[in-house]
Structures are given as structure tokens and as C-alpha cells.
Design a binder for this molecule. Structure first.
Ligand code: NDP
Length: 425
């Protein structure tokens, strides 16, 4: 990463944008989009949601220092919480020079056809599995364009669920589908609705519903990093101590749901910010991530951290439900510009970045928690929000923020007092 990014946080918005342009993270068109901060076209906004009134702006910033699978990445994040981007960029720096290494074993999405009233579910399951080729033919006809793009139905599995309440039995048919670059909700739902009548004809019963599952356990994406002890230490605590305390903090999050939720919320700070910046659906990603954190029967840490030789080694695996085309992604100009900034051409590439950001975010939070405490960094950055809250504008914001940082009590009253004093001068 070039020296131009040094002290990026101290540069003006125009200077930051000029650097991104000169370093080719933004092309001319995307630069203009960012520079003019043009609101969403009304027709686009109206086509996305119902009863549209206006737009709800959130800040978009960039996380720096990321090296993912050997490639430098500048990562756009949309988030309203101070310190998320700073912490993420700091953690990404700690992970250098090796950076983050990612892996994906399979990348398929899942749909389910839920049947009730099937006379013999076990026999029905065998029949369905034996008819894979015919079902695939129906599925391919339901969505020919995804076949042309190299995707489509790849695998079928079934499960049988007994309801305790009314003694009903559900036979669920899972379709595992390659949706290529899309998130795939509409593609999957179209295929499911095409296949459902064929399945009902085959085994009888009634379809309760046919819908994708957002729990994408066949799209597990893993990111790992290793941080040498000498990068973790501070004036009071050695790097080895901090590494061991991070390992212990993760073990603790596996024992106590109260801690696990906050531990994982920090990971989702990073994950959701990139998901939103790219026009993807944070609800789908979050629901799947939290379900995966419960895969062992209790809600636990999404990350694993352990000490190995002279390193702290971290790992995050998440089921990813995202796309790089389709839905809002293809409609929102800012989402397109953000994908361009990261040179994304497939949804797998984006998934690798998002999971790496989640891992970095967790490292930053844990490092602060087991050493200085979270408030030191957080409140420092919170100072400028407080300054704006009490009415500071223009140059006043920086002046109030600076004085607030030096105050023993950083709160609204102190910020108001500082602003009043400033205005009396
Ligand atoms: P789309 O319906 O937009 O389908 C993807 C589109 O991208 C298709 O039109 C496809 O074109 C086009 N495309 C272009 N290039 C490619 C490529 N290389 N690979 C794949 N598709 C390509 O989006 P999704 O099916 O992804 O569905 C996502 C939408 O569904 C989101 O808006 C989401 O909010 C919504 N949704 C979500 C649900 C959930 O999460 N539970 C439920 C229901 C809807 P072509 O057809 O020509 O191949």
C-alpha cells in the first residue's frame, strides 16, 4: 500500500477521494459519484421499496491495510458506529505481511420444498432421490438462463421431520443450486416453484411451501490470519500475554451466551458494513451467521483464536448469502462503485473479503478488551459525534472534539459547556 494512505484519517474528504482516484481504486465515473454524493434516483428508490418517501443517508468510509489472498484491498464500509473502520484498519495492519488467507470448499445455495401428508415419507425420499435426472430436467426448464451461465441444480437431499404437536410428518426436499454470481433468492424460488408440482405428482401429499433457505451451509467461507506476538504488545502488556488473553476470551465466549452475543456483534459490525455497502442483504447474512454460531447446540463465538508458536492464529467461517449481481446490487450505483473499488468480479471474491473483515474486526475488539479496554479508543472517536449532537458546526466540531478528548468526563454536558465557552470567545 503506497505512502499516500499514511494518516488517511487526517486528510480531507476531497484529498481521500483524489488518492483513491489516483491509485485507481475509483474510476472517473465512480469518483464523480462519490464526490457529488448524488442521492439515489427517485425512480430507483421507488422501484426498490413500497411507500417510498425519501432516502436515509449513512456514512460510507473505507478500511485500509487489507491484504487478502495476496491482493491489496481498500474496503468500503457503510456504518454509523464510530471506531468500527479505524479498528478494522488497525487489525488489518497487524495481520500483515501475510494478511488474510481464505478458502471455500463448496459454493452452492439451498432451497427447500416442504411437503405434508406424504403417506410413506421414507419411500418417498428414496423415490425422489432416484429421480434426480428428471427433477433436474424440470429445474433447468424453470430457469434456463442460469444453466446458460453455468449454474443450476446440482444435488438433492431430503429430511423427515416429526411435529410433536399434531403428530404431522414433514418431508423436506432440499435442492442445492449453483446461482453463479447472484445471491440467488429469486433464481432459487423460481426453480423451486417449477419443481414443486413435479415432486407432488411423484410422491403425493401437499406442498406447505417452497422457498430458499438463507442458512447456506454449502457456502461456507473461511478466513484465517496469524499475528506475531511482537505486533500485539503495548507499554504495559507483552504480546504473548495479549495473545493468550485473546485465546482465553474466545474460550469464554464459547461458555457464556451473554458474552458470545457481544463478541459476535463486533464481528457483524464489519460483516454488515461491507454487506450494506455492496447492496447485499444484511438480514440474510446475519440470520445465517448467528445460526451457524449455534451449530454445536449452544450459541458460541463465531471465531476461533489460539496461540501457536510465536503467533496468535485466528479463524472465522461463515455461511455466506451474498451476490455480486442481481437484486439491489445491480440497481444501486454506489453498490456498483464499491464493488469496482474492490475489483470484485464474482460473489466468492466478495465473500472472502467480508469474512476477512469480520475476522479483523474481532481481532481489534478482543485486543482492546483484553488490554486497554474498549472505551479508550471508542470514546475518543465518539467525541466528534458528541460535538455534532450538541450543535457544533464547521470548524467548531474539530475544536470541541479535541477539548472533549482531554476532558475527564466525556458527555453531552461537557460538550455543551465546551461549545458555549468557545462561542463566548
Ligand atoms: P435477481 O432476481 O436479480 O436474479 C439475478 C439476476 O442477475 C438475474 O436477472 C440474472 O440474469 C442476472 N445475472 C447476470 N449475470 C449473472 C451471473 N453471472 N450469475 C447469476 N446471475 C446473473 O436476484 P437473486 O436471484 O440473486 O435474488 C436476490 C433478490 O431476492 C434480493 O433482492 C433479495 O432481497 C430478494 N429476496 C430475498 C429473499 C430472502 O433472502 N429470503 C426472499 C425473496 C427475495 P438472467 O436471469 O438473465 O440469468
Amino acid at each position: 500500500m503506497t505512502n499516500l494512505f499514511n494518516k488517511f484519517y487526517k486528510k480531507t474528504r476531497d484529498e481521500r477521494l483524489s488518492i483513491l482516484l489516483s491509485e485507481h481504486y475509483l474510476d472517473d465515473e465512480d469518483y464523480c459519484l462519490f464526490k457529488t454524493n448524488s442521492p439515489l434516483d427517485n425512480d430507483v428508490a421507488n422501484s426498490l421499496i413500497e411507500n417510498q418517501l425519501t432516502q436515509f443517508p449513512l456514512p460510507l468510509g473505507v478500511a485500509l491495510n487489507f491484504l487478502i489472498d495476496g491482493e491489496e484491498k481498500i474496503i468500503p464500509m457503510v456504518v454509523e458506529e464510530p471506531s468500527v473502520i479505524a479498528a478494522c484498519s488497525n487489525a488489518a495492519k497487524l495481520a500483515r505481511p501475510n494478511g488474510f488467507k481464505t478458502s471455500i470448499e463448496t459454493y452452492l445455495k439451498r432451497g427447500q420444498i416442504i411437503l405434508t401428508g406424504v403417506t410413506n415419507p421414507n419411500d418417498a425420499e428414496k423415490l425422489i432421490l432416484s429421480q434426480f435426472d428428471k427433477i433436474k430436467e424440470v429445474a433447468d426448464k424453470a430457469h434456463p438462463s442460469i444453466i446458460k451461465r453455468g449454474g443450476g441444480l446440482k444435488e438433492i437431499t431430503c429430511d423427515i421431520f416429526e411435529s410433536e404437536n399434531d403428530n404431522d410428518t414433514f418431508l423436506t426436499v432440499y435442492l442445492l443450486i449453483d446461482v453463479q454470481k447472484a445471491m440467488g433468492a429469486n433464481i432459487i424460488n423460481t426453480i423451486l416453484e417449477g419443481v414443486t408440482p413435479f415432486i407432488v405428482d411423484l410422491v403425493g401429499g401437499e406442498a406447505l411451501m417452497s422457498i430458499l433457505s438463507n442458512y447456506n451451509t454449502e457456502s461456507l467461507v473461511t478466513s484465517t490470519c496469524s499475528i506475531p506476538f511482537n505486533k500485539l504488545g503495548n507499554q504495559t502488556t507483552s504480546g504473548k500475554d495479549i495473545a493468550q488473553r485473546i485465546e482465553k476470551a474466545t474460550q469464554y465466549a464459547n461458555l457464556d451466551t451473554y458474552r458470545a452475543v457481544t463478541h459476535n456483534k463486533g464481528i457483524m459490525n464489519g460483516v454488515d458494513s461491507v454487506v450494506i455497502a455492496t447492496g447485499n442483504d444484511p438480514r440474510a447474512v446475519s440470520a445465517a451467521a448467528h445460526a451457524y454460531a449455534s451449530k454445536n447446540g449452544a450459541y458460541q463465538s463465531m471465531t476461533e483464536w489460539h496461540v501457536q508458536d510465536e503467533y496468535l492464529v485466528g479463524k472465522l467461517t461463515l455461511p455466506m448469502s451474498i451476490g455480486s449481481v442481481g437484486g439491489a446490487i445491480s440497481v444501486l450505483p454506489m453498490a456498483q462503485a464499491n464493488l469496482n473499488m474492490m475489483s470484485i468480479s464474482t460473489s466468492e471474491e466478495l465473500a472472502r473479503i467480508i469474512v476477512s473483515v469480520g475476522l479483523a474486526q474481532n481481532l481489534a475488539a478482543l485486543k482492546a478488551l483484553v488490554s486497554d479496554g474498549i472505551q479508550k479508543g471508542h470514546m475518543t472517536l465518539h467525541a466528534s459525534s458528541l460535538a455534532i449532537q450538541v450543535g457544533a458546526t464547521g470548524d467548531e466540531i474539530e475544536l470541541v472534539t479535541e477539548k472533549l478528548r482531554q476532558s475527564p468526563h466525556m458527555n453531552t454536558q461537557t460538550a455543551t459547556d465546551i461549545l458555549n465557552q468557545l462561542r463566548q470567545k
